[in-house]
Write a protein that binds this ligand. Structure first.
Ligand code: NAI
Length: 315
């Protein structure tokens, strides 16, 4: 278009911006006029060590191209320091992209507390600390845009990634509630499940596949979601990678309704198990089922049917 999306005068904080997806976001927003805080702890993909180099290289690249950026080397676990960097350097924060992440893949049988705890600290506590520190600024200026980063591993499960899966689905619940609490202050929050070639994926995907999964191809979705022209899209989950972008949502089956009395036994439930699984006429809820109304309806039913032999085939 002759009128590309721009971010002049806005400050964008990107965590884990020393490489991969974060670097692609940082370069893009700087090229579109934003002040960018390039945060990166600079450790290994397993969360070991640290170095200022990762963030510095990206800041230099942005400056060489005529953009505005500052580096921050703190862990996202110290999110307040990262947001401080934005306020000190640019006087404001408009966009927070919670992107930093690590992996500690190991089968559940062999998982150690450290593998679990470190993943939770970086992904869950890290996203929390950064958003918590940005929140008062967003509220005060009645403007804020947040992107949290989930993963297919969180949405669908992934062998050897119980820790990472748990931390990544946590981003969904976190985002959905931030969206609700932020709405009245024009703070919009969305969550993405990206796929892209990075040091994180280079060990698990073949080179010819990675060739077609550039981090740059996740950027447009993030740009659209955090741009001021987005005034409505919030609390949503997007899958994104390789040029494919799709929203995901919850689907509720028809459901079984049982009268809540002595005849409500496991056997009675089994007799209506087909309804529990009936997705022929689904609904797409954004909230809990109206269980008070449903309970009332259930009480109008005759006594529950007797037990049926369990048959879970094809369910
Ligand atoms: P990456 O390893 O290239 O980038 C992550 C960056 O975060 C690194 O530069 C790392 O130094 C930084 N980082 C790690 N711990 C940090 C901490 N405590 N504080 C500050 N910075 C820290 O990996 P990639 O692929 O770019 O990942 C970005 C995000 O996307 C992560 O949250 C990851 O879980 C998520 N993701 C990536 C997928 C992919 O296909 N690449 C798939 C699904 C999710």
């Amino acid at each position: 278009s002759s009128n590309p999306l721009r971010f002049d005068g806005q400050t964008v904080v990107v965590t884990g911006a020393g490489g991969g997806l974060g670097k692609a976001y940082a370069l893009f927003f700087a090229s579109r006029g934003a002040n960018v805080v390039v945060n990166d702890l600079g450790g290994s993909f397993k969360g070991e060590g640290k170095s200022s180099k990762a963030a510095d290289v990206v800041v230099e690249e942005i400056k060489a191209a005529g953009g505005k950026a500052v580096a921050n080397y703190d862990s996202v676990e110290d999110g307040d320091k990262i947001i401080d960097t934005a306020i000190k350097a640019f006087g404001r924060i408009d966009v927070l992209i919670n992107n930093a992440g690590i992996l500690r893949d190991i089968s559940f049988k062999n998982m150690k507390d450290d593998d679990w705890d470190l993943i939770m600290k970086v992904h869950v506590r890290g996203a929390y600390k950064c958003a918590r520190a940005a929140w008062p600024h967003f509220r005060k200026q009645k403007y804020g845009r947040v992107i949290n980063t989930a993963s297919a591993a969180g949405l669908f499960g992934s062998f050897g990634q119980t820790n990472y899966s748990a931390a990544k689905l946590a981003q969904v619940g976190f985002t959905e509630t931030l969206a609700k609490e932020g709405l009245k202050y024009n703070i919009l929050a969305n969550v993405i499940a990206p796929i892209a070639a990075s040091r994180m994926t280079q060990t698990v995907m073949p080179p010819d596949v990675l060739e077609n999964l550039k981090p740059d191809w996740v950027v447009p979705l993030v740009a659209v979601l955090v741009h001021p022209s987005n005034t409505e899209e919030t609390g949503s989950i997007f899958e994104c990678g390789g040029g494919h972008i799709a929203k995901l949502r919850w689907e509720r089956a028809k459901g079984a309704l049982l009268r809540a009395d002595d005849s409500y036994t496991p056997g009675a439930l089994l007799s209506k198990w087909d309804n529990v699984n009936d997705f022929s006429k689904p609904s797409y809820p954004t909230g809990v089922a109206n269980f008070m109304e449903l309970l009332e309806e259930a009480q109008k039913l005759p006594a529950n049917p007797p037990a049926k032999n369990p048959d879970f085939k094809g369910k």
